[in-house]
Design a protein around this ligand. Sequence first.
Ligand SMILES: *[C@@H]1O[C@H](CO)[C@@H](O)[C@H](O)[C@H]1NC(C)=O
Ligand SMILES: *[C@@H]1O[C@H](CO)[C@@H](O)[C@H](O)[C@H]1NC(C)=O
Ligand SMILES: *[C@@H]1O[C@H](CO)[C@@H](O)[C@H](O)[C@H]1NC(C)=O
Ligand SMILES: *[C@@H]1O[C@H](CO)[C@@H](O)[C@H](O)[C@H]1NC(C)=O
Ligand SMILES: *[C@@H]1O[C@H](CO)[C@@H](O)[C@H](O)[C@H]1NC(C)=O
Ligand SMILES: *[C@@H]1O[C@H](CO)[C@@H](O)[C@H](O)[C@H]1NC(C)=O
Ligand SMILES: *[C@@H]1O[C@H](CO)[C@@H](O)[C@H](O)[C@H]1NC(C)=O
Ligand SMILES: *[C@@H]1O[C@H](CO)[C@@H](O)[C@H](O)[C@H]1NC(C)=O
Ligand SMILES: *[C@@H]1O[C@H](CO)[C@@H](O)[C@H](O)[C@H]1NC(C)=O
Length: 600
Amino acid sequence: MEPLETTGSELDTMVDDSKVKFGRKGMSRERIVTIVVLGVAVIIFIVGIVLIAVAAAADKKDEESSSGTPVKPTSIPVSSKCSLSEEARRSGLPEFLSRVKATYYKLHPYDLDPDATTKRIKVEYVAYDPTPSVIKHRTDTALTLLKEINDKTINTDALKPRERKALAQVKHYLQHMFGQPYDVNYYAGDWMMGPNLFCWQPICSLGYGVSSGLGINHKPYNASDVKLIETKLKTHKAGILQYIDNMKMGVRKGMVRSVEDCQAGTDALKESYKRISLYNETGVLQEWFVATMLDPDYYSNITEEIDNEWKNKHGGKNVSETIKEYLVTYLGKPIHQLLSYVENEHMRHCVPSNVSSGLANLPLKYVWFDGKENTSWPTDPKLPTGEPLNGPKAYSKIMSYFTTNAMTPMEVHELGKKQLDIYYPMVVEIAREVTGETDNDTAITKFRNKLNSSESYFNSEPFPENESNKEAHRKCSDIDGAKKHCPKRWAALQLWFDEARKVMSLLEPKTIPFFYFTGDKATTPTCPIDLLPDMNPSSGAQSYGSSNADCTRSAKYNIPFFLNNFGPRYQEWSVNAHEARPGHHTEVHIISKMHFISFH
Ligand SMILES: *[C@@H]1O[C@H](CO)[C@@H](O)[C@H](O)[C@H]1NC(C)=O
Ligand SMILES: *[C@@H]1O[C@H](CO)[C@@H](O)[C@H](O)[C@H]1NC(C)=O
Ligand SMILES: *[C@@H]1O[C@H](CO)[C@@H](O)[C@H](O)[C@H]1NC(C)=O
Ligand SMILES: *[C@@H]1O[C@H](CO)[C@@H](O)[C@H](O)[C@H]1NC(C)=O
Ligand SMILES: *[C@@H]1O[C@H](CO)[C@@H](O)[C@H](O)[C@H]1NC(C)=O
Ligand SMILES: *[C@@H]1O[C@H](CO)[C@@H](O)[C@H](O)[C@H]1NC(C)=O
Ligand SMILES: *[C@@H]1O[C@H](CO)[C@@H](O)[C@H](O)[C@H]1NC(C)=O
Ligand SMILES: *[C@@H]1O[C@H](CO)[C@@H](O)[C@H](O)[C@H]1NC(C)=O
Ligand SMILES: *[C@@H]1O[C@H](CO)[C@@H](O)[C@H](O)[C@H]1NC(C)=O
């Protein structure tokens, strides 16, 4: 049977033929064209997969409790379309799915179970904990559950299609430590390497726990509630400092990224905590995720009496001032420390990419410093529990997350080469046709020049240096700043936006034959898509940010602002179709609807 698609996240990487060099030396952003769904929503969607499956089980439970009879697996008539098959019941599939769900929330207390009460959240909420032994425990738990489900004898032919799908999905989900690609598998060891280009890692999305866990669920009523907030915020500090320690361990164990990859990770992390990166630890008070905790309404249940008593005991600081201070101390400061570690300290240990790039050559033999191998400092290439680290194996553990089958990295590589053999002659043919040259080499050279000429880009001339350097990254880090300090880039961006909007509007009618737009089977999104600049200096390609099931905000089509050149124009049709309609906009819309249904 064909395994099912991985919903929730997707990563397509198209790397140009390495012989073709565009733009700068080294890692040119143009060379790496990567199109992704924004990471932030990923975890939520992945949890959704299991929840969809669990919904069926929950319906079943309701049925059982209302009938009041003990469970007799084989005696319940299969009447309704959505009831479970005999085989699902016999094999205990619904119970297993529910257990996976419960286990997920137990091991990820910063990701709130939508069914949990505020009371329970106040007890259970803890920040993301990257302690190696805790990562190991999460990994081992997932793998134990995976073994359990793999060891069950299930006659998949006797399952309903939806159940078969749930079974395939839950296996994929457990194989990847509850459906995540990075920093989650203890045995891969990538959790020592720090943030990556997409920041698809829990360390990059601490804000979600803060805003819903603490903001929404810890509204204080008395002094002990305020102390509880402090206790919970301290777990954030501990987790962030632990993450720094993990990265330091990565240096000692030879698990480090290339210089370019480190830079990309740093830029992405700074995007996640932009205000802190711009304005130091006090910048945390301007981050979106603390807004609820700064709102006067958060304190409406603190009486004047309690506030005064608090003031007397805390050097004249009232409750809201105290919480501000906690946010700076336990969140702003450690995040600032992490950003500074990543940018100033860790960076010096990253390796030149002609020595190691990706995971293939990891772990390194020696510690590197400022681009030089320190041969008197050999690494200790083992996990804390003694197993040997192995970059190629780590790659294969991570890669399978992005596949729907059991192909090995080598098989994928061979497949790519096969595809190249198919497509390359076609491209040469196009080159001959477009240039009118009959000689292959001449045609290829002329075609490359055409693709690389300024007419293929939205900017007619190179962007000024002062709109491209570190200073510009800082000054042009939001829309107002970009308009003011990067006027050339901003003007060219408008041309790209115009083209993107035009293409989007021309693509939509072409999707009409493929989908239901009305009625019960309608699957097409109705939310509009706004164009937005992506201010991450390491961002190399367009990306998509979803709306929600109720469409209370528009979806986003993000366009990278700091590319060497804007474009190329000829990519807009294919990339636009990939990101917007019929691409991610349709895909994510369907998932969000499914997610919605499973809860309501
Ligand atoms: C592409 O154009 C840029 C300048 O616009 C030039 O520096 C670069 O060498 C060109 N690359 C190729 C492969 O022609
Ligand atoms: C403080 O308020 C919480 C409700 O938010 C309540 O559960 C708790 O018992 C109260 N504690 C004290 C000491 O009054
Ligand atoms: C952080 O920024 C604030 C506001 O700009 C400033 O008052 C404070 O002194 C800065 N703190 C540090 C430690 O640099
Ligand atoms: C808490 O404050 C809200 C207003 O924000 C109010 O509606 C509610 O009654 C208060 N609850 C208690 C128990 O005082
Ligand atoms: C707490 O103190 C700050 C600073 O003195 C003040 O601006 C704020 O209004 C106070 N909050 C309450 C609820 O009294
Ligand atoms: C990597 O590049 C640097 C500078 O570009 C060069 O000095 C060094 O020899 C190269 N190393 C390898 C292993 O090719
Ligand atoms: C190289 O490593 C040794 C042993 O850890 C250390 O004492 C020395 O300072 C390092 N040298 C450099 C240049 O980092
Ligand atoms: C030109 O390229 C095409 C496609 O790759 C190939 O079939 C053809 O043999 C080449 N012609 C010459 C003269 O090499
Ligand atoms: C770059 O220079 C132009 C012209 O002098 C100026 O308007 C713009 O603000 C500068 N941008 C930055 C980021 O410094």
